[in-house]
Design a protein around this ligand. Structure first.
Ligand code: SF4
Length: 233
C-alpha cells in the first residue's frame, strides 16, 4: 500500500457516488475491505449504505469495555435492523488486568501519558489486530470534525497501519449526516439527543454546549482534544 495507490483510487473513482465507490472497492479488494464503526452518526450512515447494497465489507467495532449502555443499545438495534454481523474486538484481558492492578480503573484522568496508555490497550492494539492483512479501511471521518482534518483526501495512505483509508463522508456537513439519518430511518445513539456529538468511552466523553467545538466533549479535562491514536488526524 502507498500514497500512489491512494492517488490512483482517487482518480479511478472520480465521479462515482459513495455507494458506487464502496461497491468498486468491495469488488477490487475482495475480502480485504473493512469498515470500523463506533456507532456514531457518520458510522451509522456508512453501515446503512453497506447493508443496503449487501456489500462484502467486514464491519468491525472496538469494544473497549468502557462504552455507554446507549452505545450497546444502538449496536444491538443496528445488527437487528440490517441483519449484519459486526465483528467485535476486545482488548487483551491480561493487558487490562495489568493496567488496573498497577494503576486502578481511572488512571486516564491523572495524566496524558496514562490516558494514552489506556487508549493504546483498549483501542489501538485491538485496531491493529482488526486491520491486519486488510488493504482498505473505511472510516467515518469528516473534515469539519477537526481543523487538522481539513487537508485530508477521500483516499489517504495511512503509513502507521500500512493501509489505504477511504473517508467517504469527508465533505459532508453534520446537517448532511442528519438528513440521511432522518430520510433513511437509520438507528442513532440516544445520547445524540442529549448533547453528545462525538461519542467514545463513557468516562472520557461529555455532552457539549451549543457553540462548543464538536470534539470538546472528548477528554475534556485535557487542554487539547487529541485523538486516541486510531487516526493520526
Ligand atoms: Fe481508556 Fe478513556 Fe481511551 Fe477509553 S477513551 S480507552 S476509557 S482513556
Amino acid at each position: 500500500m502507498s500514497t500512489a495507490i491512494a492517488n490512483t483510487l482517487l482518480e479511478k473513482t472520480a465521479g462515482f457516488s459513495i455507494e458506487e465507490t464502496l461497491s468498486f472497492l468491495a469488488n477490487e479488494y475482495n475480502g480485504k475491505v473493512v469498515f470500523s464503526t463506533s456507532f456514531g452518526q457518520e458510522d451509522q450512515v456508512i453501515t446503512a449504505m453497506i447493508a443496503k447494497n449487501d456489500l462484502p465489507i467486514t464491519i468491525f467495532t472496538l469494544d473497549t469495555g468502557r462504552l455507554f449502555q446507549e452505545t450497546y443499545d444502538v449496536f444491538h438495534r443496528t445488527i437487528k435492523k440490517y441483519k449484519v454481523a459486526i465483528q467485535t474486538y476486545f482488548p487483551e484481558a491480561s493487558a487490562v488486568e495489568n493496567l488496573l492492578n498497577k494503576k486502578g480503573p481511572n488512571s486516564f484522568y491523572e495524566s496524558v501519558e496514562n490516558r494514552k496508555e489506556c487508549c493504546f490497550i483498549r483501542k489501538v492494539a485491538p485496531l491493529t489486530k482488526a486491520l491486519k492483512g486488510n488493504e482498505i479501511w473505511i472510516t467515518g471521518l469528516r473534515a469539519e470534525q477537526s481543523e487538522n482534518r481539513n487537508d485530508l483526501a477521500a483516499f489517504e495512505y495511512d503509513a502507521h497501519f500500512n493501509i489505504i483509508k477511504f473517508n467517504p463522508l469527508l465533505k459532508w456537513s453534520l446537517a448532511d449526516v442528519q438528513k440521511y439519518i432522518d430520510e433513511n430511518n437509520v438507528p442513532q445513539n440516544a445520547l445524540h439527543k442529549k448533547g453528545f456529538v462525538s461519542i467514545g468511552c463513557a468516562p472520557c466523553t461529555r455532552a457539549i454546549a451549543e457553540g462548543e467545538d464538536i470534539r470538546a466533549g472528548r477528554w475534556s479535562w485535557e487542554s487539547s482534544h487529541k485523538e486516541c491514536g486510531l487516526h493520526q488526524k
